[in-house]
Design a protein around this ligand. Structure first.
Ligand code: SF4
Length: 278
């Protein structure tokens, strides 16, 4: 009898623990942190407080070493089905020198082959726009939400134009890697490129057209919560950074009129970076 009660209690505690963990996990990226309801928060007419704890931004050899170790750790990752067809795990390019992370959705054909993000047509356009607004591509960190190439038809991996956006399962499986990257870099600004990356970070579907081109206070998992979930990070307090959603450069090929909007968004980004560096 007592054994049965103990078993039941153990099961209840287990379920409660799982529930609490899932709830907290959702909270990490939850939209409530940004796009604050201005009426409720009293921010109406006021500029949101976008102060960033710059002491948390990391750089230098230590950071590079930590990122390289993470890259090495996921090189043989098989957490989702994309591992079956990938050529390379596409980790990142550039550096965190400016404290900016650009995040796209997933590698494409060229990226899979070269093992680097944003090296295809869209990447070339991104580089062109970065240069036009005075951002050196080597000084910004570029990555994707998902690190392996999603294919429409896995039976024809050699075919170009066979890319698709990552699905929910793939995003969920791969997000911990991005979280670790963000945790290590502690960026001043996270610039999401396109709806997939923006939604993945926010944990819900939003209208990119409505929210793009603005800075939002964004709490990122710089802390013991991450340690608990991922099991291999150092505990530190939460840190607030800024989220800046804009279009994915690939969208410009479909709608060329977006190019000027994209350039103007990145100009805003540069102004913000320069202002916060003073
Ligand atoms: S997409 Fe991410 S989770 Fe899936 S196999 Fe590649 S590295 Fe692992």
């Amino acid at each position: 009898m007592q054994t049965d009660i103990r078993k039941d209690l153990t099961e209840i505690v287990k379920q409660l623990k799982t529930y609490l963990e899932e709830t907290r996990e959702e909270d990490f990226w939850h939209f409530k942190e940004i796009l604050v309801d201005k009426k409720k928060s009293g921010l109406r007419g006021k500029k949101p407080n976008l102060q960033v704890d710059l002491s948390m931004h990391q750089s230098g050899a230590y950071l590079e070493k930590a990122l390289t170790a993470l890259h090495k750790r996921i090189k043989n990752c098989q957490k989702c089905g994309l591992h079956k067809t990938r050529i390379n795990v596409v980790f990142s390019r550039g550096s965190a020198e400016k404290g900016i992370i650009f995040i796209g959705e997933a590698p494409g054909y060229d990226e899979d082959r070269q093992g680097l993000p944003f090296v295809g047509r869209a990447g070339q356009l991104l580089d062109e726009v970065l240069a036009s607004v005075g951002l050196e591509k080597e000084k910004v960190y570029v990555t994707n939400v998902v690190k392996c190439h999603p294919l429409f038809n896995p039976r024809t991996p050699e075919k170009r134009g066979n890319d698709r956006p990552p699905n929910r399962e793939e995003i969920t499986a791969c997000l911990p890697v991005l979280k670790e990257q963000i945790f290590m870099i502690k960026p001043k600004i996270i610039c999401t490129l396109g709806a997939v990356a923006t939604n993945a970070l926010l944990g819900k579907v939003v209208s990119l057209t409505k929210i793009r081109g603005k800075f939002y206070p964004f709490r990122v998992p710089f802390g013991p919560e991450t340690l608990r979930v991922e099991g291999n990070l150092q505990g530190e307090p939460y840190g607030e950074t800024k989220l800046f959603p804009t279009f994915h450069p690939a969208a410009i090929f479909r709608t060329p009129s977006l190019k000027n909007i994209f350039i103007n968004d990145l100009k805003k980004l540069v102004t913000e970076v320069n202002t916060s560096a003073r």
